[in-house]
Design a protein around this ligand. Structure first.
Ligand SMILES: *Cc1c(COP(=O)(O)O)cnc(C)c1O
Length: 376
């Protein structure tokens, strides 16, 4: 789909908010800690390229992506900043990653040998960051095996260790006990690696947004900033400080406005039936846009909060306009964002859907065009 296609449902991304959030994060972590702007999953739905450019211009040093293709898309757009692939890079994807100068997460000796061999074939070095599992049980070498792993990897020609990192499982909890425990394990691991991999030769990084904001000792050489850069709270317990602004609004326009007689069903399954004459609106957004079915959704129209009625369809939904006699075709509908005095946040939508804000914005589908405002 072309980048500039137009639809009466779209996301509006405030790039000045991204830049301002990044600068606030910089003030919090200080000048000596680098910032990796995490732009995986199309920048949590905000648009990877636009966010990457904005974040780099606002002072981020690194970019983080989930897989090779995400990194290469940024390279092809001319971005030269260091990019780390946080997830698994299978050997078959490694040649393109190495040629594209992407740094790779490394946690397996077989992969290390494969990357090294493929890099030698190109006359280059594969740049890797050792991923240590300090207690999350996701990707990574167990901390107790890290020193031996690093010793073998360090001996491979064609491979250059640029970093060592870990990831926290509960940094977004008010209780920092387990995060501090993981940090302790990570610091011990770094000490055990010191002879093989002196600190002057690598960067160490551990903190996601929550840890970057709430746990100063976890900031180390670099923080990996995702959710907070978008102005979204890491959790109810670890919130962005005042000043952070959500960058994404999700909007649509009314496709039809009409008055139904009493006893008239609305949408599939006739689960909603008008009790009296009722004005309703049709919104051109549905579950194939990422607007979820089976939840008590609300939207803003004319500065009022109104209920979505009946089932959300694939491409359309209906809203009760009882409170809004003046509503007309083309009127703005806000799914996420502000309208007049009212606001619906990604966090509110997440509560409604029994999930987290991360899943809400990254779940807005590619067929919803992104429009950029306030380009700094
Ligand atoms: C996604 C991700 C991040 C960013 O996390 P936020 O909570 O969005 O700040 C950091 N590190 C890794 C390894 C990740 O996968």
């Amino acid at each position: 789909m072309s980048a500039t296609f137009s639809r009466p449902v779209y996301c509006e991304i405030d790039l000045a908010a991204i830049a301002s959030n990044l600068r606030l994060a910089r003030q919090i972590v200080g000048e000596r800690t680098q910032i990796m702007a995490v732009v995986k999953a199309n920048a949590y739905g905000h648009g990877a390229l636009e966010v990457a450019r904005t974040a780099l211009a606002a002072g981020a040093e690194w970019l983080g992506v989930a897989f090779v293709e995400e990194g290469l898309a940024l390279r092809q757009a001319g971005i030269s900043a260091p990019i780390l692939v946080l997830g698994w890079t299978p050997a078959e994807d490694a040649p393109r990653a190495i040629a594209g100068d992407l740094h790779l997460a490394l946690y397996d000796i077989g992969l290390a040998r494969a990357y090294a061999g493929l890099a030698r074939q190109q006359g280059r070095q594969a740049q890797v960051h050792l991923k240590i599992d300090t207690g999350m049980g996701r990707l990574g070498v167990l901390a107790g095996e890290a020193a031996e792993f690093a010793r073998v990897v360090a001996g491979l020609e064609g491979l250059a260790i640029r970093g060592v990192f870990t990831h926290f499982s509960t940094a977004d909890s008010a209780d920092s006990g387990y995060t501090l425990q993981q940090l302790g394990v990570f610091l011990e691991t770094l000490a055990a690696l010191e002879t093989i991999l002196p600190r002057s030769q690598r960067i160490a990084h551990a903190a996601n947004s929550a840890a970057a904001l709430a746990l100063p000792p976890a900031r180390l050489d670099m923080v990996r900033l995702g959710i907070a850069m978008y102005g979204l709270h890491p959790s109810d317990e670890v919130r962005c400080p005042p000043g952070f602004e959500p960058a994404l609004a999700w909007k649509a326009a009314l496709a039809q406005v009409k008055t139904l007689p009493a006893g008239h069903p609305v949408s599939y399954g006739n689960t909603y039936v008008t009790r009296q004459e009722e004005k309703i609106g049709v919104i051109p957004v549905g579950y194939a846009d990422g607007f979820r079915r089976g939840a008590a959704n609300e939207v803003l129209i004319g500065g009022k909060r109104l209920p979505v009625i009946g089932r959300v369809c694939m491409d359309q939904s209906m809203v009760s306009l009882s409170g809004l006699p003046q509503a007309a075709m083309g009127d703005e509908v806000v799914l996420i964002g502000r309208q007049g005095e009212q606001a619906i946040t990604a966090e509110e939508m997440a509560r409604r859907w029994g999930t987290i804000n991360y899943e809400v914005t990254s779940g807005i589908m590619a067929r919803v065009p992104r429009r950029y405002t306030n380009r700094p």
